[in-house]
Write a protein that binds this ligand. Sequence first.
Ligand SMILES: Cc1cc2nc3c(=O)[nH]c(=O)nc-3n(C[C@H](O)[C@H](O)[C@H](O)COP(=O)(O)OP(=O)(O)OC[C@H]3O[C@@H](n4cnc5c(N)ncnc54)[C@H](O)[C@@H]3O)c2cc1C
Length: 184
Amino acid sequence: MNANEAVPIDAASISGSSSDSSMSGSSIDQNDYASSASSVSSGASLTFEQNAKEIDGYTTCYPHSTSFQLGEHAIDDIRPLKVAVVGAGLSGLMAGALLPVKVPGIQLVIFDKNDDVGGTWHEHRYPGVRCDIPSHVYQSSFSPNTQWSEEYTTGPEIRRYWQDFAKKYDVYSKLRLWTKVIGS
Ligand SMILES: Cc1cc2nc3c(=O)[nH]c(=O)nc-3n(C[C@H](O)[C@H](O)[C@H](O)COP(=O)(O)OP(=O)(O)OC[C@H]3O[C@@H](n4cnc5c(N)ncnc54)[C@H](O)[C@@H]3O)c2cc1C
């Protein structure tokens, strides 16, 4: 049989093979596994692609060949995860506050080319700069400011709000300012 042929597999044969003595011990002989898959040829109710291949002494055939091998570690072991966020505007600040809470083991760095957080609100300083939607909806839902000075507040007040937010959620400790990302 061609190793790349699609092999029809009989569901009854699959359930039968689990009671097969070659599959019932504490270890499974890889050759038994390969031959039991290739010997099934009729009564098709399920179809899988067979692509039997020897990799590092193991025959892989289901559902396709792979070099993946199970790691030896507990399912709840936390592995370190390096994450880089580009920009400490509103989006980066939200990421800086929420990701450490939601992603165990995260090693987060937030890069920004500016000298402080706030993005748009840090950069735009022209007279009269302000938001064009009501202030109370232009803020974090989990850290609301109930004391906006105006319904459509000014740029400096928004900038202060987001700088305070960054302090409150310890985002500054993850920041690398004055750093422009030019590639990855
Ligand atoms: C005057 C004005 C009023 C606005 N009013 C409203 C409003 O009322 N409601 C609304 O929803 N939106 C408004 N906006 C839009 C506002 O830009 C967005 O709501 C918000 O700022 C987007 O945040 P952000 O973090 O995605 O991007 P930004 O605030 O643009 O932040 C991006 C950050 O990424 C950094 N950065 C970019 N490239 C790099 C790089 N290569 N390396 C390192 N750092 C980098 C920048 O320095 C910046 O700090 C307004 C915008 C302006 C200019």
